[in-house]
Design a protein around this ligand. Structure first.
Ligand SMILES: Nc1ncnc2c1ncn2[C@@H]1O[C@H](COP(=O)(O)OP(=O)(O)OP(=O)(O)O)[C@@H](O)[C@H]1O
Length: 649
């Protein structure tokens, strides 16, 4: 990958940051990698040599496979005069038999060698492509994954790479055999009798016409079929992911509709594909069947014998014996044509992934201080395709403060937080950490500096210990357990027979809240100077939430914290509350200032609490991360009951 921004910060002393002048901060759009294979040939380049060797071996093997049949014909010519009373040339007979046996053995050895070489090439290509795909997926914007579900990613990484198998391991040898066998046979037959050769060729030509009909327009149909298969896979994953909702509402609602539509679409595309090729395929099979070939050669041969064109029935033998050997390799290509097309389609999709634009990065950047950092959003714009999500965001997050993002659903809160974690880059403007554009920081440095806990968090399939110390692999068990205790997940770990060694998904099945607490423990242990919390305790029960918020408050004390808040009470004491509306900052200030200021925030607060807003009498309180326990008490004291409404999101 070639960085698009030059590294100019290597000489900056640690802890000091030269401000990037805004002029230098031209947005670096994700760039398509220069090494992406542009064609199928380029994708196969790493195994071009072995494939050439395999094709050469297959060609000699195919030729050697025809030789025994020619020997059989020659042997008949030597032996049959003996039957009719003439002297048998035993030497010639033994020579023919010997050559046939030798050719047969050679064919076996070379076929095995060709298959071995092509399969080794397949293994090599599969592993190199898989590595390239995984490397590329490691560099595409994190937002790429949120736009695709795991079904599509799995299809790309596993199924499509697997589908290359036929292309590499079988197609080259099959196609070589399908050319060499007929050409060798026809060459020999032409030397024997051109007219009978033409007759023998008729069913073969008819078979190839059938193949042409069977494959006409198949490429488009195949592409449609593969697309509908991909959609069905992705809808199925979504269906399974949301099985609870489907089961609860599916029978009375339309939960199954998208699945049914995808399944129907798949059925119809599959049917179309099969229908368009079945007539031609049947015709091909019929034309190339042994019965058709036998009938054609014997009927035409009999007519030519009667007409005196052939001297005797023995002259028919080469056409019957060798003619019957022509269809098999041609039919093999016909039968496997779909697999070949599927492999080509998969190769195209793999190429597309390898050409996915990746976020630009630099190998070295200015060293960031571990002390609190100032984050600035400067005129930041961002769109998802045509959908504008953020416009003209100017925002400063000061060290040691907590900034909360609130606003109606779809107002851009999560998008703004994810830009700071570089899930995507802004389309306009820039985000700086202590004056350095995020795009001028190596990814490793950025994630050393910025930690996050998002709403949907899934622990990795590894031990709980490794899950928690993901960012600090050398952390001791004592440190891991301290973080686990602070995140109120230690008792869950201690209950498990294998404790910290429990592998998620095998020894431990965690609830949503437990997963969230593992993520919080990880963030506590990672101890990053900048912390993004996207409703980090949404799946935690109220009692744990109170204690975890206390832990997070302690953690956040000297950090720069950005909190996405869907429940307003959790951020009431934030230093600054930023109200987003339709992708723009509608207002910002403390809770009290915003309540006094009128507009959207009091309305959100009123909807959240169920009561008309009034400025809270907590001016002068030390800002800290929310303390829901305290909040609840206050809320109960102030208003009696609290309604946990969906007001803010
Ligand atoms: N992956 C995506 N592709 C297309 N549009 C998106 C995507 N993610 C978000 N959006 C759109 O961008 C806008 C901002 O979404 P975002 O999730 O940032 O809002 P939010 O305030 O966090 O919403 P919520 O409170 O419901 O989580 C919305 O209009 C949303 O529909």
């Amino acid at each position: 990958m070639s960085p698009t921004i030059t590294d100019t910060g290597a000489s900056a002393p640690a802890g000091r940051h030269e401000e990037d002048p805004p002029a230098k901060a031209a947005p670096a759009a994700p760039v398509p990698p220069a090494d992406a294979p542009a064609t199928l040939g380029a994708l196969l380049r790493p195994v071009r040599g072995p494939l050439g060797v395999s094709a050469a071996l297959a060609a000699v093997a195919a030729f050697a496979g025809v030789v025994p049949l020619i020997c059989l014909v020659e042997l008949a010519g030597v032996l049959l005069p003996g039957v009719s009373g003439g002297a048998v040339d035993e030497d010639a007979a033994w020579t023919a038999a010997g050559i046939a046996a030798g050719a047969l053995a050679l064919r076996l050895v070379l076929t095995l060698a060709a298959a071995t070489v092509s399969h080794l090439a397949d293994v090599r290509l599969g592993s190199s492509v898989r590595r390239s795909v995984v490397r590329r997926l490691g560099r595409v914007p994190l937002g790429w994954f949120t736009e695709r579900n795991s079904g599509l990613v799995k299809k790309a990484v596993q199924d499509d790479v697997g589908a290359l198998h036929h292309l590499v391991a079988h197609s080259v040898t099959e196609l070589t055999t399908a050319v060499v066998v007929p050409v060798t046979i026809l060459g020999y037959l032409l030397l024997t009798d051109p007219l009978m050769t033409a007759v023998t060729l008729l069913p073969v030509l008819a078979g190839m016409l059938g193949l042409r009909i069977a494959t006409r327009g198949t490429t488009e149909k195949m592409v449609e079929y593969a697309g509908s298969l991909g959609r069905l896979g992705s809808v199925t994953v979504g269906f399974v992911d949301g099985i609870t909702e489907v089961k609860s509402f599916g029978t009375i609602g339309r939960a199954h509709r998208s699945y049914r539509e995808a399944a129907d679409d798949f059925d119809s595309k599959h049917y179309e594909w099969m229908r368009s090729s079945s007539a031609g395929a049947t015709f091909m099979e019929l034309a190339l069947s042994p019965m058709t070939l036998l009938l054609t050669t014997t009927a035409a041969g009999a007519a030519l014998l009667n007409a005196g064109w052939l001297d005797g029935p023995l002259e028919l033998l080469p056409f019957i014996v060798l003619g019957l050997a022509i269809p098999a390799p041609v039919l093999a290509v016909g039968f496997n044509y779909h697999a070949l097309l599927a492999a080509r389609g998969a190769a195209d999709r793999v190429r597309q992934i390898l050409a996915e634009p990746e976020l630009s990065s630099v190998p070295h950047g200015p060293r960031l201080s571990r002390a609190g950092s100032t984050i600035r959003f400067e005129s930041v714009d961002f769109s998802y395709g045509e959908t504008s999500a953020l416009r003209g965001i100017d925002l400063t997050l000061a060290p040691g403060t907590m900034t909360a993002l609130v606003g109606p659903s779809g107002s851009g809160k999560s998008t703004l937080a994810k830009l700071l974690a570089r899930f995507q880059d802004p389309a306009g403007g820039r985000i700086t950490v202590d004056g350095t554009d995020l795009r001028r920081l190596p990814f490793a440095d950025l994630y050393e500096h910025v930690g996050f806990v998002f709403q949907d968090t899934t622990p990795l399939r590894m031990s709980l210990r490794d899950n928690i110390r993901l960012a600090r692999p050398d952390a001791s068990d004592e440190d891991v357990l301290r973080a686990a205790r602070a995140a109120h997940v230690a008792e869950v770990i201690e209950r498990l027979p294998k404790g910290l060694d429990s592998v998620v998904g095998e020894d431990a099945t965690l609830s949503g809240g437990e997963c969230q607490r593992i993520a919080i423990a990880r963030a506590i242990l990672a101890d990053r100077p900048v912390l993004i919390l996207d409703e980090a305790t949404s799946a935690v029960d109220p009692d744990s939430e109170a204690s975890i918020q206390q832990a997070l408050s302690a953690l956040a004390a000297d950090k720069t914290v950005l909190v996405v808040a869907h429940r307003l009470h959790t951020v009431r004491h934030a230093d600054t509350i930023v109200v987003l509306d339709g992708g723009e900052i509608a207002a910002s200030g403390t809770h009290e200032e915003l309540l006094r200021g009128g507009g959207l925030y009091p309305a959100l607060w009123a909807a959240h609490t169920g009561e008309p807003a009034a400025p809270a009498a907590s001016e002068g309180e030390t800002p800290s991360l929310p303390d829901p326990a305290g909040e609840r008490e206050t809320d109960h004291d102030d208003r009696g009951d609290r309604r946990e409404g969906p007001a803010a999101s």
